[in-house]
Design a protein around this ligand. Structure first.
Ligand code: KIV
Ligand code: ZN
Length: 525
């Protein structure tokens, strides 16, 4: 007799695609190590599925999906593939090591994609979709199919495609609003139409995947849930192509806060939402606006006197959820330079971060440095230190010992740097002038290291408010046509920028060194 429990009909699965659709967004690409960090955080958040990447897109994507499949337990690990044998085989080899795996195949179905992108007739699209699903099923029992641009596809053709892929063995059918075009009432009708006209649709899981071009991704996803969808595809902080995807934290909290209305729930540990949001924002350099729903700095700030008065009487007067519910546990406890490792560790834990000993030591060392310059260390300062404490920035060949800047109105900015070259056991000093102090510092670093970069973006965020706030700088640069990102944190923004720049220089040097060793090994083989 089978002991397996029946699936809960009110459970909405959360399919996170931060590492695939999110990572596709300009400026959001992540290294394998960063992807693994995010995947661990997603597993702790208790997402049901992690779409770890598009293995056929590049060898780097393949390796990252394989690394995630081999080390993350809990969620299903999914790889995306077009409906062709090479993509599907690659997706399978990338995910096969996972305890639970899924292949997600897709082909576009709308008239505009059929005519201009694919130049395929309707019958060819159906054949391609069916063959893709059948091949994926030969490898894997869990197969998802997406008719790309479904929301702009003729309804009768969409129903034909969905019927065919279900017959071919798809276990999840996902309905994407690829270009963020639909509106909630219309999208509800698409799901109602499919449920009425597709035989066997109640035996598979219906999923929804929305983009945010009109700011409706969350609303459209919730409309789909009302119409029977039981999987939502979304990303942390809503990152993704163009205006982004449905934001995971918003859709999850909407379902939680309004559970009686929707009659549906997710399995997400909502207290992990804020730390995960901070981690993704720090890794990608995509800052979360202060007024962003659920995870923005101001999401629980009450400024107006009348609101504060109401809050003091009863928090529910102006608050529909508690900050603690999403993992924001702001406290009045302010740490300073006399705080010890134990107090620091406790606060880090209370803030919802889990660090291993090496990471804690690195973060504590940085904490002490900041505490020397800044009287009060707030929770946001600690969060910034912690998310930067994964060690990607250190150890590198070049370590900054000194940075001197001269700048002012009417004078040419100049910078002098002293670096330790740890590979050659020597120190090196260089100076440069520039249009401003940051440009001068970057040029001095380039001269000292011999690495020249093309700066593409310089992004500064103030970690807290106040005139001794720390600045977090993210620089995006190009080296040999490849993008690199680095981050630096300091109460001095020029120093934060220089640290970010040096982090990239170290990364480039590491790559260079690795490539040189490979060539030498190949030559001596
Ligand atoms: O937006 C989209 O249509 C997609 C599919 C691949 C699911 O990302
Ligand atoms: Zn998408």
């Amino acid at each position: 007799m089978s002991t397996s429990a029946r699936p809960d009909p009110d459970k909405v699965m959360i399919f996170d695609t931060t590492l695939r659709d999110g990572e596709q967004a300009p400026g959001c690409s992540m290294t394998e190590r960063e992807k693994l960090r995010v995947a661990h955080a997603l597993a702790e958040l208790n997402v049901d599925v992690i779409e770890a990447g598009f293995p056929a897109a590049s060898p780097g994507d393949f390796d990252a999906v394989q690394a995630i499949a081999g080390s993350i337990s809990g969620p299903v690990i999914c790889g995306l593939a077009r409906c062709n044998p090479e993509d599907i085989e690659k997706a399978w080899h990338a995910v096969r090591a996972a305890q639970r795996h899924r292949i997600h195949v897709f082909v576009a179905t709308s008239a505009i994609h059929r005519e201009y992108k694919l130049q395929m007739a309707k019958e060819e699209i159906i054949k391609n979709a069916v063959e893709g699903v059948k091949l994926a099923r030969r490898y894997c029992e869990d197969v998802e199919f997406s008719p790309e641009d479904a929301s702009r596809t003729e309804l009768d053709f969409l129903a034909e495609v969905v019927t065919a892929v279900i017959e071919a063995g798809a276990t999840t059918v996902n309905i994407p609003d690829t270009v963020g075009y639909t509106v909630p009432g219309e999208f509800r009708e698409v799901f109602a139409y499919l449920r009425k006209h597709v035989p066997g649709i109640d035996a598979i899981r219906l999923s929804v995947h929305c983009h945010d071009d009109l700011g409706l991704a969350v609303a459209n996803s919730l409309a789909a849930v009302e119409a029977g969808a039981r999987q939502i595809e979304c990303t942390i902080n809503g990152i993704g192509e163009r205006a982004g995807n449905c934001s995971l934290e918003e859709v999850v909290m909407a379902l939680k806060v309004r559970e009686p209305y929707f009659g549906a729930h997710t399995g997400i540990d909502s207290r992990r939402l804020y730390p995960t949001s901070r981690l993704v924002s720090s890794i990608t350099g995509m800052h979360v606006p202060r007024n962003k729903a659920v995870v923005g700095e101001n999401a629980f700030a009450h400024e107006a006197g009348i609101h504060q008065h109401g809050m003091l009487r009863h928090h529910a007067t102006y608050e529909i959820m508690r900050p603690e519910d999403v993992g924001i546990s702001r406290s009045n406890l302010v740490l300073g330079k006399h705080s010890g490792r134990h107090a620091f560790r406790e606060r880090v834990k209370q803030l919802g971060f889990r660090l291993d000993d090496a990471e804690l030591s690195r973060a504590f060392k940085e904490f002490k440095k900041v505490a020397d310059r800044k009287k009060d260390i707030f929770d946001a300062d600690i969060e910034a230190l912690v998310v930067n404490a994964d060690g990607t920035g250190t150890p590198g060949r070049w370590q900054m010992r000194e940075l001197h800047i001269t700048a002012g109105t009417g004078t040419i900015a100049a910078a002098a740097v002293k670096l330790d070259d740890t590979e050659n056991d020597r120190s090196i000093e260089e100076a440069a002038v520039g249009d401003g102090p940051v440009a001068a510092a970057f040029k001095a670093l380039e001269r000292a290291t011999g690495v020249t970069l093309k700066l593409k973006n310089f992004d500064l965020r103030s970690v807290t408010l106040g005139d001794d706030a720390q600045g977090e700088v993210t620089v995006t640069v190009e080296y040999n046509g490849q993008p690199f990102r680095g981050q630096g944190l300091s109460t001095d923004i020029v120093e934060a920028g220089a640290r970010a720049y040096l982090e990239v220089i170290n990364r480039v040097s590491r790559r260079h060194q690795a490539a040189k060793t490979d060539t030498q090994e190949a030559a001596s083989a």
